[in-house]
Design a protein around this ligand. Structure first.
Ligand SMILES: [Zn+2]
Length: 132
């Protein structure tokens, strides 16, 4: 049985929240590198933090559950700028060209492509990296 990382975390509580959510839905998953991160947070960036590992046969379903949860959650968060609950999640993927570009990205981001995620407000048009 093989597993694929679908999310990376540097926040222990958030990682376990998402893990629990997937397990409730019958997804076979676990966190990797959790111990190392908990013991020594300084090592965390080098390891890319905690990885949420999901059984390959359930990847699509797991991704869907996390997406839905994130989208539902974003709808309840007021914009830090104007206070309206009109935030939208934007995801941009940057592909690194060539072998060494991919290796470098793997070391830095823990994955071959850089995923740029941010939130945009439909009302005031401001964008935010974090809204928690
Ligand atoms: Zn706004």
């Amino acid at each position: 049985m093989s597993f694929t990382p679908i999310r990376g975390y540097d926040n222990y509580i958030f990682a376990n929240m998402q893990l629990g959510m997937l397990q409730e839905q019958g997804i076979n998953c676990h966190l990797k590198d959790e111990m190392t991160v908990t013991i020594d947070p300084l090592l965390s960036p080098a390891l890319g933090g905690m990885k949420l590992m999901v059984n390959n046969s359930q990847l699509e379903r797991a991704e869907q559950i996390l997406e839905d949860a994130e989208n539902e959650w974003v709808k309840t968060v007021p914009c830090p700028e104007c206070g309206q609950t009109q935030l939208q999640k934007i995801v941009e993927t940057t592909e690194f060209p060539g072998f060494w570009g991919k290796v470098k990205s793997l070391l830095i981001n823990g994955q071959e492509n850089r995923v740029n995620k941010y939130y945009s407000c439909l009302n005031c048009k401001k964008t935010f990296n974090e809204i928690m």
